[in-house]
Design a binder for this molecule. Structure first.
Ligand code: PEP
Length: 252
């Protein structure tokens, strides 16, 4: 399966800084010559999509969004729809990030509705799942992520599943510098993989304090097909190094 390396810039960078960062990433990725088995995406804030899209034009780096609404249009103040994203050249979208779930009340049902919309519009969706620190300590990480995964894919045809990536992001590992032990991450990712028929073809990413020093250990795991990267995606040099690691470990 292809490798996927996706950067989530969260609420960082105004347009000019975003364009500069995207241009540096494009230059590094061009130099790396990633080939057909590595996909790279960056998801800037909505306000920087047009500027970053211009910087990515003609490059293999996909423009991503961090969220979207499930309806195409309507009275949904403050929201952005799939057709609006596509209009700006967006090709992929992160859904159900734990920060969306935690701070904005994003439920499993919303994630499911958004995933249906992303599939209907041909966007590559990255669905994020993960357990809290308390759930981790209680030993129910597997249970939690299986419930989130099944809810996200509820009613979606099995043959569509390979079009969706799942990011396993232990919430306690996000932005904390406390990355998950790779063996433990593998156990959870293999649980996700076997939780529904059809997921054997879906890329599964690890996310949570990935850095150039630790990414290789995740890429070596049988059920890890890449990474969803927060902090390190804001540093062009570090992000390029993560892409290089993915390239060097990509299947034939
Ligand atoms: C994320 O926000 O999805 C993430 C994994 O962040 P970080 O890499 O900073 O932990």
């Amino acid at each position: 399966m292809k490798r996927l390396v996706a950067g989530n810039w969260k609420m960082h960078e105004t347009t000019r800084a975003a364009q500069r960062l995207a241009s540096s990433i494009v230059a590094s990725v061009r130099e790396l010559d990633i080939g057909p088995n590595v996909q790279v995406a960056i998801a800037p804030p909505f306000t920087a999509l047009a500027a970053v899209g211009a910087a990515l034009a003609g490059s293999p780096v996909l423009l991503g969004a961090q969220n979207m609404h499930w309806e195409d249009d309507g009275a949904f103040t403050g929201e952005i729809s799939a057709p609006m994203l596509i209009d700006l050249g967006v090709r992929c979208v992160i859904l159900g990030h734990s920060e969306r779930r935690r701070y904005f009340g994003e439920s499993d049902a919303y994630v499911n509705a958004k995933l249906r919309a992303a599939l209907a519009h041909g966007l590559l969706a990255i669905v994020a799942v993960g357990e809290t620190n308390e759930e981790h300590d209680a030993g129910i990480a597997g249970e939690r992520v299986v419930a989130q995964t099944r809810a996200a894919f509820d009613g979606i045809a099995r043959e569509r599943l390979p079009e969706v990536a799942i990011a396993y992001e232990p919430i306690w590992a996000i932005g904390s510098g406390r990355n998950c032990d790779p063996d433990e991450a593998e156990r959870v990712m293999s649980t996700i993989r076997s939780s529904m028929p059809g997921l054997e073809g879906s890329p599964i990413l690890y996310g949570g304090s990935i850095k150039p020093e630790n990414f290789g250990a995740y890429l070596a795991l049988p059920n890890c097909n890449g990474g969803l990267i927060g902090g390190a995606s804001l540093d062009a040099g570090a992000f390029a190094e993560l892409v290089r690691l993915a390239r060097d470990t990509a299947p034939g």
